[in-house]
Design a protein around this ligand. Sequence first.
Ligand code: KG4
Ligand code: ZN
Length: 339
Amino acid sequence: MAKQTYILGIESSCDDTAAAVIKNGTILSNVVATQSIHQEYGGVVPELASRAHQQNIVPVVQLALQKANIDKKQLNAIAFTRGPGLMGSLLVGTSFSKSLAMGLEIPLIDVNHMQAHILAHFIKSEAHTTPTFPFLALTISGGHTQIVKVTNYFEMEIIGQTLDDAVGEAFDKSAKILGLPYPGGPLIDKYSKLGNSKAFPFPKPKVGPLDFSFSGLKTSVLYFVKRNVKEDPNFINKNLNDICASLQYTIVDYLMDKIKNAVKLTGIKEVAIGGGVSANSGIRKALKNAEKNFDWKVHIPKLEFCTDNAAMIAIVGELKYKQQLFASNDIVAKARMEL
Ligand code: KG4
Ligand code: ZN
């Protein structure tokens, strides 16, 4: 590897257009254009997402290069998200990356978005610790809920995952039922700090020891709200903090049950979390407690590397660059992809 390697990472799998530059493990720039257009629809609209990516991708890449203070001619490779994600969104990043790599006559590197969420832990930063192999990765976001056993950089096995909605969806859909704007996860977290978590017990869905299910929880929130609003139209307003606290308690407890099962079954006590839901104060506190009480080692990256971002794509690009794992020009985006 050249002494100084500059890799540009590009992410466009869902509703964030992102670009980042990494130099020997250190992120020089990490730019994300979040698409606010989806807020009024209460969720991501795929057609609007791909259009916004088309608008954003050139300025986002230009800004990432500018912030990194380098010229595009200094880049050694382009890493891009191949999948999984929304096809229309992925196509924008894939086509753009191919053209840029071709124009600059540098290698193109394909990255699996889910691997990237996990390998984000290897970005050099004083703000987080780096896991040692083997470790368990819990990826929790609006699109994913997975427990992965990570044996090496590119040796990963999904040992548990959601059978329906992702945990972020459980937060967002419940928030919508409560009349809160999208994305409701951060608001539930905020209000839950002021409420009683034992006020309204919600049932924890029953599936396999390492699997997750959230669609039943959303339904029970809906029936709970309907039933109570019928008796008192002001029920939500009067009890918002307690409802949020109870809901958050149930979800966090459920996530912790699963990760505890995974630790027990694999004997691995090193746990790394990623994805937007890792911003949740409840899960952070529960993991910190587990670290103390059960002698686990817990790794929580900086939030900007947890939510969808291109820094995580760039670090995988760098790891693959070292091994000369390049993509050919006829590579295609994939909406569904294994780890
Ligand atoms: O990783 P991310 O930015 O995008 C993907 O979904 O891939 O995650 C966004 C999700 C949303 O569902 C949002 O509600 C949730 O993360 N989220 C939270 C919190 N902050 C973000 N959920 C609960 N508590 C939070 N503090
Ligand atoms: Zn993601």
